[in-house]
Write a protein that binds this ligand. Structure first.
Ligand SMILES: [Zn+2]
Length: 264
């Protein structure tokens, strides 16, 4: 791949990594990553992916920036309060790396739009903040055969897992169904917790595009910010998983039926 002088300077440090080089940079330029959620997780994830030179970045979020977001959602600034998150995010990402093509989706991820959105991307970053979206992403990515990295955060804790649908343990293998909604007001998180986890999600996306290292598959990584510990729990494909076992049972969310027509 021919790199312009500007690219040679911009990516000099990673071009010097033997596992990347010009060939790896070409893979990143050809890479298409969909970041679902432009909040606490999506901010660092999208920033690092754009900085690294990922060619196409999709940003999906139906919300507008609120003042209470700024404690952790570092793509957005005080002057952005009231703006659509995807537009606020795009402005920062364009300033960081105008070479990255941004595709903006100012909408929630739904069973209806999932097949069309997933079709145009190679890898998905689940940067959402609610169980309903996480289960929907797991189901939709399974149907589309699209790899994804899950992250969840709560107070001072985070968890991370990468899924290659049909090959490794899926989100539903580990978490069978959404917990009941408590209606309690959210506590936390400490802003750096999604910062750490979002950066790790970007790490997984880059490794996937580059084909280097070992992905965080069949392992659940658990982060405790207070103790400053990472620990890892091995996970396996659940032979009774309602999503990814050989003959799937009924998905109560109804997603499977809703997206079947759009399946590629
Ligand atoms: Zn499963």
């Amino acid at each position: 791949m021919n790199l312009t002088p500007e690219e040679q300077q911009r990516y000099a440090r990673q071009l010097a990594l033997p596992e990347i080089g010009a060939a790896g940079q070409a893979k990143l330029r050809a890479g298409r990553v969909l970041v679902i959620g432009a909040g606490g997780l999506g901010s660092p994830a999208a920033l690092y992916l754009a900085a690294a030179g990922v060619g196409t970045l999709g940003l999906m979020d139906g919300d507008t920036v609120e003042l209470s977001n700024l404690q952790r959602q570092i793509l957005h600034a005080t002057a952005d309060v009231g703006r659509r998150k995807v537009e606020s995010a795009a402005e920062k990402l364009r300033a960081l790396n105008p070479r990255t093509e941004l595709r903006l989706f100012p909408e929630r991820f739904t069973a209806a739009n999932a097949p069309a959105r997933l079709a145009d991307f190679d890898f998905v970053v689940d940067a959402t903040d609610n169980f309903a979206s996480k289960f929907l992403i797991a189901d939709a990515c399974h149907a589309a055969g699209r790899p994804y990295v899950h992250a969840g955060i709560l107070r001072y804790h985070g968890q991370l897992m990468t899924v290659l649908p049909g090959k490794t343990a899926c989100y539903r293998c580990v978490f069978e169904q959404p917990p009941p909604e408590t209606g309690a007001p959210p506590q936390g998180p400490l802003g750096v917790v999604p910062g750490v986890l979002g950066a790790l999600q970007a790490t997984e996306a880059l490794k996937f595009l580059l084909g280097v290292g070992q992905l965080l598959t069949d392992r659940l990584l658990i982060f405790d910010a207070l103790a400053l510990r990472f620990r890892e729990v091995p996970v396996r494909r659940n032979p009774f998983c309602r999503l990814c076992r050989e003959q799937p049972g009924t998905i109560t969310s109804g997603y499977r039926t809703a997206c079947r027509s759009g399946r590629r």
